[in-house]
Design a protein around this ligand. Structure first.
Ligand code: DGP
Length: 117
C-alpha cells in the first residue's frame, strides 16, 4: 500500500516537512516552541506516532509516560522548576483542540489563572 502523506501540521513537523523551533527530539517524540505562545515559555511535545489526541493514545502508557518525562525535563531546562508551570492537553471540541495530532502544552514564566477559559 502507498504511504499516506502526513495529514496535519504536527505530523508534517515530525516528518521534517515543515519548519519548527525544535528544542528536543528522540525516537518517540519531539518538542518545539508554539507558534502563538500564550506564556513566556510555551513548548509543545508531540509523539511521532499519529495519535489524534489523548483519547486515541490512552492505551500507550509507555509513550504517555515518556512524554510527561520529556515535559518535566523541558521545564527544568527552561528554568521553570522553582516557580512552577502548567501541562495541558486539549481533547476534542469541548477541550478546544485545534490540531488533531496528540500534543501536550508546557506553559510557564507567568502566573496561571484558574479556572481556564
Ligand atoms: P490546541 O488548541 O491544543 O490544538 O493547540 C494547538 C497549538 O498549536 C496552538 O497553541 C498553536 C500551535 N500551532 C498551530 N500550528 C502550528 C505550527 O505550524 N507550528 C507551531 N510551532 N505551532 C503551531
Amino acid at each position: 500500500m502507498a504511504k499516506q502523506p502526513p495529514s496535519n501540521v504536527f505530523a508534517r513537523i515530525a516528518a521534517g516537512e515543515l519548519p519548527a523551533e525544535i528544542v528536543y527530539q528522540d525516537d518517540q517524540c519531539l518538542a518545539f516552541r508554539d507558534i502563538h505562545p500564550q506564556a513566556p515559555v510555551h513548548i509543545l511535545v508531540i509523539p511521532r506516532k499519529p495519535y489524534a489526541s489523548l483519547a486515541d493514545a490512552s492505551g500507550d502508557t509507555a509513550l504517555l509516560g515518556h512524554m510527561l518525562q520529556v515535559l518535566a525535563r523541558m521545564a527544568e531546562a527552561e528554568g521553570l522548576e522553582k516557580d512552577g508551570y502548567r501541562i495541558v492537553t486539549n481533547v476534542g471540541r469541548n477541550g478546544g483542540q485545534t490540531v488533531h495530532h496528540l500534543h501536550m502544552h508546557l506553559l510557564g514564566g507567568r502566573q496561571m489563572g484558574w479556572p481556564p477559559g
